[in-house]
Design a protein. Sequence first.
Length: 209
Amino acid sequence: MARVSQEHLDARRRQILDGAARCFARNGFHATSMQDVLKEVDLSAGAVYRYFSGKEELITAIAAEVLAEVREAFAEVSRQSPPPPLDELVGLVLGRMMGAWASLIIDGEPGFPRLIMQVWAEAARDKELAAVTRQGYQGLRESWDEVIRTYQDSGSMRSDIPAEHVTRTVIAMVQGFIAQQCLFGPAPVLVLQDGLRALMSMSDTRTTA
């Protein structure tokens, strides 16, 4: 029997994950059956179950992959010294993340926001998936905390607010932007950058008696 190369195994796993991602983004996690995935990737049940035991393992693998891509994107842009301004950094990370899933198109629109919303919804009820996402976001928060402290140490950001509070706010803003695209339609990353840039320009105009 011919030995199957690792390259072939990796390509088949990629094929299955991409097909499952299209199904989940198109129809939602719970409305998608394993039969739908088999049809999407045009493989036998045996071929698919060799890699994944079911839908739960598929969406967990997709979540882990997305989080790994986010960490890689963040690590790349944050290696700059000093790091770029906050609005630019957010745009670079989010832009790279969206670009990694640019081929996922559903009904003529980017499918990544739909997919990530399915991951978040399922993580609320699946303990294993929740653990994967928590671990991924913990690493992301630690990276953001480090950058925020760099901003504070340089004097470009006020230092009287805990870095972790700023980090949570930035991550929430990005998550909200992704959710908006899922609910209200696509928007370029520049929209988020412009809004963040405007907020960063605010000054306290209140006067004290």
